[in-house]
Design a protein around this ligand. Structure first.
Ligand SMILES: [Zn+2]
Length: 226
Protein backbone atom coordinates (compact mmCIF):
# COMPACT_ATOMS: atom_id res chain seq x y z
CA UNK A 1 0.00 0.00 0.00
CA UNK A 2 1.25 3.51 -0.76
CA UNK A 3 1.75 5.58 2.39
CA UNK A 4 3.61 8.62 3.73
CA UNK A 5 6.96 6.83 3.71
CA UNK A 6 6.76 6.08 0.01
CA UNK A 7 8.75 8.64 -2.00
CA UNK A 8 6.45 11.18 -3.58
CA UNK A 9 6.72 13.18 -6.76
CA UNK A 10 5.07 16.58 -7.05
CA UNK A 11 4.80 18.39 -10.39
CA UNK A 12 4.20 22.13 -10.02
CA UNK A 13 3.21 24.38 -12.93
CA UNK A 14 4.31 27.99 -12.42
CA UNK A 15 3.06 31.36 -13.66
CA UNK A 16 -0.50 30.51 -14.77
CA UNK A 17 -0.22 30.49 -18.55
CA UNK A 18 -3.92 30.26 -19.50
CA UNK A 19 -3.75 27.90 -22.50
CA UNK A 20 -1.21 25.58 -20.89
CA UNK A 21 -2.93 25.59 -17.50
CA UNK A 22 -6.28 24.56 -18.95
CA UNK A 23 -4.64 21.76 -21.00
CA UNK A 24 -2.64 20.60 -17.99
CA UNK A 25 -5.82 20.54 -15.89
CA UNK A 26 -7.58 18.39 -18.53
CA UNK A 27 -4.67 15.94 -18.70
CA UNK A 28 -4.56 15.54 -14.90
CA UNK A 29 -8.34 15.04 -14.88
CA UNK A 30 -7.91 12.12 -17.32
CA UNK A 31 -5.80 10.44 -14.62
CA UNK A 32 -8.07 11.54 -11.78
CA UNK A 33 -5.27 13.65 -10.27
CA UNK A 34 -5.19 17.21 -8.96
CA UNK A 35 -2.66 19.47 -10.72
CA UNK A 36 -0.76 22.08 -8.71
CA UNK A 37 -0.45 25.63 -10.08
CA UNK A 38 1.78 28.30 -8.53
CA UNK A 39 0.34 31.64 -9.61
CA UNK A 40 0.84 35.39 -9.32
CA UNK A 41 -1.58 37.83 -7.73
CA UNK A 42 -0.72 40.43 -10.40
CA UNK A 43 0.21 38.37 -13.47
CA UNK A 44 -0.31 41.33 -15.81
CA UNK A 45 2.78 42.97 -14.28
CA UNK A 46 4.85 39.91 -15.19
CA UNK A 47 3.77 38.71 -18.62
CA UNK A 48 0.88 39.88 -20.76
CA UNK A 49 0.37 36.21 -21.80
CA UNK A 50 -0.58 35.39 -18.20
CA UNK A 51 -2.87 38.41 -17.73
CA UNK A 52 -6.61 38.41 -17.24
CA UNK A 53 -6.93 40.00 -20.67
CA UNK A 54 -5.24 36.91 -22.15
CA UNK A 55 -7.58 34.56 -20.28
CA UNK A 56 -5.47 34.22 -17.13
CA UNK A 57 -5.43 35.80 -13.68
CA UNK A 58 -8.03 35.29 -10.96
CA UNK A 59 -10.88 34.06 -13.24
CA UNK A 60 -8.52 31.31 -14.47
CA UNK A 61 -7.41 30.42 -10.92
CA UNK A 62 -11.06 30.16 -9.83
CA UNK A 63 -11.88 27.95 -12.81
CA UNK A 64 -8.95 25.61 -12.06
CA UNK A 65 -9.81 25.54 -8.35
CA UNK A 66 -13.47 24.79 -9.11
CA UNK A 67 -12.30 21.91 -11.33
CA UNK A 68 -10.57 20.46 -8.25
CA UNK A 69 -6.98 21.60 -8.79
CA UNK A 70 -4.63 23.24 -6.31
CA UNK A 71 -3.72 26.94 -6.44
CA UNK A 72 -0.61 28.08 -4.57
CA UNK A 73 1.02 31.54 -4.26
CA UNK A 74 4.07 32.36 -6.43
CA UNK A 75 4.33 36.06 -5.45
CA UNK A 76 2.74 39.21 -6.70
CA UNK A 77 4.48 40.29 -9.91
CA UNK A 78 7.33 37.76 -10.19
CA UNK A 79 10.04 40.15 -8.99
CA UNK A 80 13.06 38.32 -7.54
CA UNK A 81 12.32 38.78 -3.82
CA UNK A 82 15.89 37.92 -2.82
CA UNK A 83 17.19 41.01 -4.63
CA UNK A 84 14.67 43.50 -3.17
CA UNK A 85 15.03 45.52 0.03
CA UNK A 86 13.54 43.41 2.84
CA UNK A 87 10.64 45.85 3.37
CA UNK A 88 9.83 45.88 -0.37
CA UNK A 89 9.92 42.09 -0.51
CA UNK A 90 7.55 41.88 2.48
CA UNK A 91 5.20 44.42 0.88
CA UNK A 92 5.17 42.35 -2.30
CA UNK A 93 4.49 39.11 -0.39
CA UNK A 94 1.72 40.81 1.62
CA UNK A 95 0.13 42.07 -1.56
CA UNK A 96 0.08 38.49 -2.89
CA UNK A 97 -1.32 37.01 0.35
CA UNK A 98 -4.03 39.69 0.64
CA UNK A 99 -5.30 38.80 -2.85
CA UNK A 100 -5.27 35.09 -2.01
CA UNK A 101 -7.27 35.74 1.16
CA UNK A 102 -9.68 38.06 -0.64
CA UNK A 103 -10.32 35.20 -3.07
CA UNK A 104 -10.86 32.71 -0.22
CA UNK A 105 -7.74 30.57 -0.61
CA UNK A 106 -6.39 28.96 2.54
CA UNK A 107 -2.73 29.87 2.93
CA UNK A 108 -2.04 27.91 6.13
CA UNK A 109 -1.94 24.56 4.29
CA UNK A 110 -0.28 26.01 1.21
CA UNK A 111 3.25 26.24 -0.19
CA UNK A 112 4.86 29.53 -1.23
CA UNK A 113 6.75 28.99 -4.47
CA UNK A 114 9.44 31.68 -4.70
CA UNK A 115 9.70 33.48 -8.06
CA UNK A 116 12.94 32.23 -9.65
CA UNK A 117 13.05 29.77 -6.72
CA UNK A 118 15.07 32.47 -5.01
CA UNK A 119 14.62 33.57 -1.39
CA UNK A 120 16.49 34.47 1.80
CA UNK A 121 16.55 33.07 5.34
CA UNK A 122 14.78 36.13 6.75
CA UNK A 123 12.05 35.96 4.10
CA UNK A 124 11.65 32.24 4.86
CA UNK A 125 10.99 33.10 8.53
CA UNK A 126 8.35 35.63 7.54
CA UNK A 127 6.69 33.34 5.00
CA UNK A 128 6.48 30.39 7.39
CA UNK A 129 4.18 32.46 9.64
CA UNK A 130 1.67 32.34 6.80
CA UNK A 131 2.21 29.20 4.71
CA UNK A 132 3.07 25.64 5.61
CA UNK A 133 5.97 25.10 3.18
CA UNK A 134 8.32 27.11 0.99
CA UNK A 135 9.74 25.98 -2.34
CA UNK A 136 13.26 27.11 -3.24
CA UNK A 137 16.34 26.32 -5.27
CA UNK A 138 15.73 24.83 -8.70
CA UNK A 139 18.71 23.12 -10.30
CA UNK A 140 19.01 20.58 -13.10
CA UNK A 141 20.28 18.10 -10.51
CA UNK A 142 17.87 15.64 -9.04
CA UNK A 143 17.14 16.74 -5.48
CA UNK A 144 15.15 14.51 -3.18
CA UNK A 145 13.85 16.26 -0.06
CA UNK A 146 14.24 14.15 3.07
CA UNK A 147 12.15 14.17 6.23
CA UNK A 148 14.41 16.91 7.68
CA UNK A 149 13.53 19.25 4.76
CA UNK A 150 9.86 18.46 5.20
CA UNK A 151 10.05 19.06 8.98
CA UNK A 152 11.92 22.33 8.45
CA UNK A 153 9.33 23.25 5.83
CA UNK A 154 11.82 24.44 3.20
CA UNK A 155 11.60 22.24 0.11
CA UNK A 156 14.04 22.12 -2.78
CA UNK A 157 13.00 21.55 -6.34
CA UNK A 158 14.43 20.37 -9.62
CA UNK A 159 13.81 21.97 -12.98
CA UNK A 160 15.16 21.89 -16.50
CA UNK A 161 15.18 24.55 -19.22
CA UNK A 162 15.04 26.62 -21.26
CA UNK A 163 14.45 23.82 -23.80
CA UNK A 164 11.89 21.04 -23.49
CA UNK A 165 12.31 19.10 -20.25
CA UNK A 166 10.64 15.87 -21.51
CA UNK A 167 13.72 13.68 -21.46
CA UNK A 168 15.14 15.18 -18.26
CA UNK A 169 11.95 14.49 -16.29
CA UNK A 170 11.40 11.00 -17.70
CA UNK A 171 15.01 10.01 -16.95
CA UNK A 172 14.75 11.35 -13.39
CA UNK A 173 11.74 9.14 -12.80
CA UNK A 174 13.91 6.14 -13.73
CA UNK A 175 16.83 7.06 -11.46
CA UNK A 176 17.49 5.60 -8.04
CA UNK A 177 16.04 7.10 -4.88
CA UNK A 178 18.24 7.76 -1.82
CA UNK A 179 17.30 5.87 1.36
CA UNK A 180 16.06 9.07 2.97
CA UNK A 181 14.39 10.36 -0.23
CA UNK A 182 10.84 11.44 0.54
CA UNK A 183 9.81 14.08 -1.95
CA UNK A 184 10.84 15.17 -5.43
CA UNK A 185 9.37 18.47 -6.58
CA UNK A 186 9.67 19.00 -10.32
CA UNK A 187 9.06 22.57 -11.40
CA UNK A 188 7.28 23.06 -14.72
CA UNK A 189 5.77 26.03 -16.53
CA UNK A 190 3.78 25.48 -19.71
CA UNK A 191 3.25 22.77 -22.29
CA UNK A 192 3.81 22.38 -26.03
CA UNK A 193 6.47 25.13 -26.19
CA UNK A 194 4.95 27.64 -23.78
CA UNK A 195 7.12 28.84 -20.86
CA UNK A 196 10.68 28.04 -19.74
CA UNK A 197 11.50 24.34 -19.84
CA UNK A 198 8.23 23.43 -21.52
CA UNK A 199 6.95 19.84 -21.69
CA UNK A 200 5.09 18.09 -24.50
CA UNK A 201 1.68 16.69 -23.59
CA UNK A 202 2.85 13.23 -24.58
CA UNK A 203 5.78 13.36 -22.14
CA UNK A 204 3.57 14.71 -19.36
CA UNK A 205 1.18 11.78 -19.84
CA UNK A 206 4.13 9.36 -19.82
CA UNK A 207 5.45 10.89 -16.57
CA UNK A 208 2.05 10.62 -14.87
CA UNK A 209 1.64 7.03 -16.08
CA UNK A 210 5.10 6.15 -14.73
CA UNK A 211 4.28 7.60 -11.30
CA UNK A 212 0.87 5.93 -11.14
CA UNK A 213 2.20 2.54 -12.24
CA UNK A 214 5.25 2.65 -9.97
CA UNK A 215 5.24 0.42 -6.89
CA UNK A 216 7.86 2.70 -5.29
CA UNK A 217 6.56 6.19 -6.13
CA UNK A 218 3.40 8.07 -5.34
CA UNK A 219 2.01 11.37 -6.71
CA UNK A 220 1.85 14.36 -4.34
CA UNK A 221 -0.02 17.66 -4.47
CA UNK A 222 2.15 18.95 -1.58
CA UNK A 223 -1.14 19.50 0.28
CA UNK A 224 -0.86 15.88 1.43
CA UNK A 225 2.55 16.26 3.16
CA UNK A 226 2.78 15.69 6.89
ZN1 LIG B 1 7.59 31.80 -12.16
Amino acid sequence: MKNNLIPRVALVFDDGYPTSSRRVASIFEEYNLQAVFAVLSQPELFNVRCSQEAGGGWPLYKELHDRGHIIHPHGSDHKNLATLEFSDAIASINNCFEEFQKNNYTLSSSTFHYPYNSGTASLNCYLLNHVKWIRVGATHNLIWNNQKNIDERVLFCTAYGPDFCDQHLLELLESSIPDDGRLLIYNLHGIEGEGWGSIHEKALRKALEKIIASPILSYSTLQDLE
